[in-house]
Ligand binder design. Sequence first.
Ligand SMILES: [Zn+2]
Length: 119
Amino acid sequence: MNKKHFQALLEEEKSKVMRERQRLRKGWKGDDRSVWLEEGAEDESASADAATALMEKEQDLLHWNELQQRLNDINRALERLREGTYGICEMCGQPIKPARLEALPWTTLCLNCRELVGG
Ligand SMILES: [Zn+2]
């Protein structure tokens, strides 16, 4: 287990996630919810625009939640690296395959357990 390698992967992913969060937040600045939520807009194209904007916003929120979740996972993985439990499945206690850690350095479950819990 090359700790430094995985720590570098995690730190890199973490800064990526932080940058992405900042980008999302900037996009929200100055938006006007009231326009989107206004009911009975007379101009059909305007209300279609509003619907599109609202959908994009919802996707942004979903994305935001994903990023938040990812950040939590990364922080937990970094903690586990410090504690020396990194790369051990939280459910079954078996080592997680290096290829899986390479692809998802923040994962806390081996593939079998991930399939068991779903997702
Ligand atoms: Zn497992």
